[in-house]
Design a protein around this ligand. Structure first.
Ligand SMILES: [Zn+2]
Length: 283
């Protein structure tokens, strides 16, 4: 990564950075991309927003699987990429992070200015009354409503995304709990995230653009920019003449707009970037 890292250092040096992060920033924490577009096709496609909202059976299947993956997902820890971004924010290099990730790991690493474009899996929201509660609290209620669920599902084959593919007859016996705030039945509780086919809430998008406006350089980290919700920032940067650096494994949709491209792991390259920017010999 030598020559390209040097180029990235030159690009970032003396400029206020806004980072745009995707799944590749969290893979070293053991979290794969839950939404799908950035990952290879798998047996069961990611759930669609409309499917979840319109069909009780889809919600039942979602929660039946999600309960199994939650303990592992929620135990994930920030990796050196998250730590480097938090440190660079403290040093005034990074103005903030716009993330496509829903794992909360930027905040856990100490980043303060974070816009979670696709929400957070640690929260759930009622589609009927908009009440927000924690995923942990919901997890406890779901487990209480489905005694021995983890044991009964243990034999199910675990998919690499931390969800599990479960037989239909097992899923049919899963009880989805009601909203505690409004009592709305039939499982109107949804993770507070943007599913595939859903849209980023207005207020979140406004916050992201406000942060973006502070960028003197946009640094894309660990996203192939397949999804428009992230790609739009690169497009706006290109329109405004804001230079774009891309740190990602493999090609991205933003490559034609990139001033510097670095093909490397975020957990290796970001700490190296942070160290290099701290070098007093840097002109
Ligand atoms: Zn409700």
């Amino acid at each position: 990564m030598g020559v390209n890292l040097d180029a990235l250092v030159q690009l970032v040096h003396g400029r206020r950075v806004v980072a745009l992060t995707g799944a590749g920033c969290s893979t070293e924490s053991g979290i794969p991309d839950y939404r799908g577009p950035d990952t290879p096709p798998r047996a069961r496609p990611p759930i669609q927003h409309r499917e979840f909202v319109d069909h009780a059976a889809a919600r039942q299947r979602y929660w039946a699987r999600s309960v199994l993956g939650w303990s592992r997902f929620s135990a994930a820890q920030p990796n050196p990429a998250h730590a480097a971004l938090a440190e660079l924010e403290q040093r005034g290099v990074v103005a903030g992070v716009i993330t496509q990730n829903v794992d909360g790991l930027h905040g856990a690493a100490g980043s303060r200015a974070v816009v979670e474009l696709h929400g957070a899996l640690s929260r759930v929201r009622c589609l009927a009354c908009s009440a927000i509660s924690t995923r942990d609290a919901l997890q406890a209620r779901l487990l209480a409503a489905n005694p021995n669920w983890l044991e009964r599902a243990r034999s199910a084959q675990l998919a690499p995304d931390g969800d599990a593919d479960l037989p239909d007859d097992l899923v049919a016996g899963f009880t989805v709990v009601d909203c505690e705030a409004c009592g709305s039945a039939s499982g109107t509780i949804m993770p507070d995230v943007v599913f595939f086919g859903g849209s980023v809430p207005r207020a979140t998008l406004d916050a992201a653009w406000q942060l973006f406006d502070r960028a003197e350089v946009l640094l894309v980290i660990g996203s192939s920019l397949t999804v428009f919700s992230g790609f739009r920032f690169v497009r706006r940067a290109a329109e405004r003449g804001v230079p774009v650096g891309i740190l990602n494994r493999g090609p991205t949709r933003g490559d034609p707009h990139a001033t510097v491209r670095l093909d490397a792991r975020a957990g290796t390259a970001l700490p190296a970037l942070a160290r290099a920017l701290d070098d007093p010999r840097l002109p």
